[in-house]
Design a protein around this ligand. Structure first.
Ligand SMILES: [Zn+2]
Ligand SMILES: [Zn+2]
Length: 155
C-alpha cells in the first residue's frame, strides 16, 4: 500500500500508487494565493497514480494559469494537486496533505524570485529563480510565460 492522505475536512481521501519524486518548494505567486501561505511543497507521481479513495465527487478543478489546473476539495478548500499542460505524464500533489506530512522532504526551491522577503527557509537546498533547468517537459524550450500573473507565477 502506498502513501495515503486527504483534505482538512476528511471528505477527500487519496492513495499514491507509486513512489513520489521531484519534491520541492514553490514560491510562485499562484501557490501563495492558492494556499494562503508563503509557499507550497509539492512532489510528483505519474499521472493516474494519485488515486482518490473517497470524496471523488467533491474534487473540483480551477484553471489557475495558461497551463496550470489546480484541484481542491469543494467542501473545505484544501488544495490537493496541480496538473500542468507541459507535464501531462505527472501530477504534482501538496505533500502536506499526506497523513504523514513529513514522509517526503523537499530537495529544491523554485520561483525563489517571487519568495516573500520575510520568509527565510533555513536550508541549503538548490534555489532556482523560476523553473529548474531540467524541468520535465521543458527540455530545449523556454518555460511557459504567463505575464498576466503578477510575479511570474508557476501554475
Ligand atoms: Zn475537504
Ligand atoms: Zn507555485
Amino acid at each position: 500500500m502506498g502513501l495515503t492522505g486527504g483534505c482538512m475536512c476528511g471528505n477527500v481521501r487519496f492513495e499514491l500508487k507509486s513512489e513520489p519524486s521531484d519534491c520541492g518548494w514553490c514560491h510562485c505567486r499562484t501557490c501563495q494565493l492558492n494556499s494562503g501561505a508563503p509557499a507550497m511543497a509539492f512532489a510528483s507521481v505519474r499521472n493516474g497514480d494519485w488515486v482518490a479513495t473517497g470524496g471523488d465527487d467533491s474534487i473540483q478543478t480551477v484553471k489557475t494559469s495558461s497551463f496550470g489546473h489546480r484541484a481542491f476539495c469543494a467542501q473545505c478548500g484544501t488544495p490537493l494537486y496541480v496538473r500542468v499542460d507541459h507535464q501531462p505524464a505527472t501530477v504534482d500533489f501538496s505533500i502536506v496533505t499526506l497523513d504523514d506530512p513529513g514522509a517526503i522532504e523537499p530537495e529544491f526551491h523554485i520561483f525563489w524570485g517571487s519568495k516573500v522577503p520575510w520568509f527565510n527557509p533555513g536550508d541549503d537546498l538548490p534555489k532556482h529563480q523560476r523553473f529548474r533547468p531540467d524541468t520535465p517537459g521543458l527540455e530545449g524550450t523556454e518555460p511557459p510565460d504567463d505575464s498576466s500573473l503578477v510575479g511570474g507565477a508557476r501554475a
